[in-house]
Design a protein around this ligand. Structure first.
Ligand code: ARG
Ligand code: ZN
Length: 465
C-alpha cells in the first residue's frame, strides 16, 4: 500500500510540473507581473486550483438539453489578484472555449490538459479586482475521477447528476478548483420545460418561455467548488421550514415511490440536535436532492443541498447534514486532510444513532475495535490515505474511531467543547490536522501528539493509546 501511494505521488508531481515549463513563453516581462501558478500546491492534486488570484463570486449561466446532452455555458467570475499577474489559469476539462474576456476586453487563451491559460490584454496589479467571462459549449458525458469513479457533470437518462468531490467542478465550469478558494455563486440554469434544475442555496426565480424553463439559484455563503451542484431531472420541489425558520427545499425525483423521502423524515430533528452539539447551522438553507439512478449508493454533502443517487438511509442523511459543519463550513486546506470531513461526519452519524435510541457510540467503537488486524478499515492511515484512497473505509471508520478514542481520553466536557470551538473558530475557512491537534491540546490541556500519531498516521490496528 505504501508503495502504491508513493508511486501515485511521484506521477502526479511530474504532471504538476508540466504546465510550469510553459512559463518560459513570451509573457510576464516588462513590469506586467508573472504567470500565476497552474496549481495551489495540493500534494494529492497538484493541478487543482491555481495561484495568483482569489475568486469572490461565480455567475454560471448554463443551458442544458438532456436528450442530446448539449451544454452551453457562460461563466462570469469576479476575482481579486493576490499577485502581480501577466497571466493566470482556470481549471476546465473538455468543451470548446469560444471566447474569454477580462474586464470586458478580449483576452488570449490556450488550453493544456485541465488548464485554461488566460492572458489579459494588460497585466493585473496585486490587489486589483477583475471580471472574467468565459463562453464555452459542448456535449457532456460521464467523466471519472482519479479512481475511475463517476463525478462532475454526469449525464443521466433524465438529466444530470452533479457531484464534484474532489476535483470535478472543472468538468462543467471554469474554476479555481480547490477548497482554499471559496466563493459565492449564482446559477442561472435553463432546461427544457418540464425538467427541474436544482443547485445550491435558494431558488430566487423560475420562468418558462418558448419551451425552456430558467431556474435561478443563489448561494450567498462562501462555498468550495467541490460542493457546488446543478442537477437536472424530473424533480418535484418540496418546501418546508426547519428550526429557527431555516428554509428547506427538497428535490425528489417523481419517478421514485412514495417512500423515497423516508430517510429524510427526521432532518429537522437532526438539524436541531447538531445545532445544539456543534453550533448554529452554517448556511442560509438546507434540503436534499434525491435522484433515481440505477447505481443508487452514492451521496455527497453538496452545500445546503446534499445529493443522493437514490433514496438515502437515515444514517446517510445524518452524515451529509453533519458535513455542513465539518467539511463545508470548516473545510480541508488540502485533500490529505479528508479525515477531518469523513471521520467527523461518520462520528456524527454514530452520535445521531445513539441520540435516537439506537446503538451507542461506545458500542459502535467496541464492535469495530473487536475486528481483527486484517479488517480492511485499519488501513491506509486516515491522516495520509493517498490521493487514490480519499474515500477508503479507514478514512471514515478509523477516522470516527479516532474521535471516539479522543473523547474517552480527554473526557466528554473537553471533547464536546473541542467540537464546538473547532467549528466556531474556523467557520467558512480551511484547516489542517495540525490545527486540530493544537486546538485539542489547548482545550484538553493534554499532550496529544503520540495519540494522533497512533490513530491517524500509523498503519494497522492501534494496540494502546
Ligand atoms: N463525501 C462523500 C460522503 O460523505 C463521499 C464521496 C465519495 N466519492 C467517491 N469518489 N467515492 O459520503
Ligand atoms: Zn462523508
Amino acid at each position: 500500500r505504501v508503495g502504491a501511494v508513493l508511486a501515485a505521488t511521484t506521477v502526479t508531481l511530474s504532471l504538476g510540473a508540466t504546465p510550469a515549463t510553459a512559463t518560459g513563453r513570451g509573457h510576464g516581462h516588462g513590469g506586467t507581473g508573472a504567470p500565476g501558478a497552474p496549481g495551489v500546491g495540493d500534494g494529492y492534486f497538484p493541478a487543482a486550483g491555481n495561484g495568483g488570484y482569489d475568486v469572490l463570486h461565480y455567475g454560471l449561466d448554463i443551458r442544458y438539453e438532456p436528450t442530446s446532452r448539449a451544454f452551453t455555458g457562460v461563466a462570469t467570475l469576479s476575482a481579486r489578484a493576490t499577485d502581480r499577474l501577466s497571466r493566470f489559469n482556470l481549471d476546465l476539462r473538455g468543451f470548446e472555449v469560444r471566447s474569454v474576456t477580462v474586464d470586458g476586453r478580449p483576452a488570449r487563451f490556450d488550453r493544456d490538459g485541465q488548464e485554461l491559460r488566460i492572458s489579459p490584454p494588460r497585466g493585473l496589479a496585486k490587489g486589483e479586482r477583475f471580471t472574467v467571462v468565459v463562453r464555452y459549449d459542448g456535449t457532456t458525458g460521464r467523466p471519472t475521477d482519479i479512481e475511475g469513479a463517476l463525478y462532475g457533470w454526469v449525464s443521466t437518462p433524465d438529466g444530470s447528476f452533479v457531484a464534484n468531490e474532489p476535483d470535478g467542478a472543472s468538468t462543467w465550469y471554469p474554476v479555481n478548483d480547490h477548497p482554499t478558494d471559496k466563493a459565492s455563486y449564482d446559477f442561472r440554469l435553463t432546461v427544457p420545460a418540464g425538467k427541474t434544475a436544482v443547485a445550491n442555496g435558494e431558488l430566487v426565480e423560475q420562468r418558462t418561455k418558448n419551451g425552456w424553463t430558467t431556474f435561478v439559484w443563489r448561494a450567498r455563503d462562501p462555498m468550495a467548488s467541490y460542493l457546488s451542484t446543478a442537477s437536472v431531472g424530473d424533480y418535484e420541489l418540496r418546501r418546508s421550514t426547519g428550526p429557527r425558520g431555516l428554509p428547506i427545499i427538497d428535490a425528489i425525483d417523481r419517478d421514485l415511490g412514495p417512500d423515497a423521502a423516508d430517510g429524510l423524515a427526521r432532518t429537522k430533528e437532526m438539524i436541531a440536535y447538531f445545532t445544539e452539539l456543534f453550533g448554529r447551522y452554517p448556511f442560509t438553507s438546507y434540503g436534499a436532492i434525491v435522484d433515481d439512478d440505477e447505481d443508487a449508493g452514492y451521496a455527497l454533502e453538496t452545500q445546503t443541498r446534499p445529493i443522493y443517487s437514490g433514496p438515502p438511509s437515515e444514517g446517510t442523511v445524518a452524515h451529509e447534514l453533519a458535513h455542513q459543519w465539518y467539511g463545508n463550513s470548516v473545510s480541508p486546506a488540502r485533500w490529505q486532510e479528508i479525515w477531518l470531513n469523513e471521520g467527523f461526519a461518520s462520528y456524527a452519524e454514530w452520535l445521531w444513532e445513539e441520540h435516537s435510541g439506537g446503538r451507542t457510540a461506545q458500542a459502535r467503537f467496541d464492535t469495530n475495535y473487536a475486528r481483527p488486524e486484517t479488517a480492511s478499515f485499519w488501513n491506509p492511515p486516515p491522516g495520509d490515505p493517498g490521493a487514490t484512497n480519499l474515500f477508503a473505509g479507514s478514512v471514515y471508520t478509523k477516522g470516527a474511531m479516532t474521535l471516539h478514542a479522543l473523547r474517552t481520553k480527554i473526557g466528554d466536557k473537553a471533547f464536546f467543547a473541542l467540537l464546538r470551538t473547532w467549528y466556531a473558530a474556523n467557520r467558512d475557512d480551511t484547516v489542517t490536522t495540525a490545527d486540530f491537534v493544537e486546538l485539542a491540546e489547548k482545550v484538553s490541556k493534554r499532550q496529544l501528539d503520540a495519540f494522533f500519531q497512533t490513530w491517524l498516521y500509523t498503519p494497522g490496528k492501534p494496540a494502546s493509546w
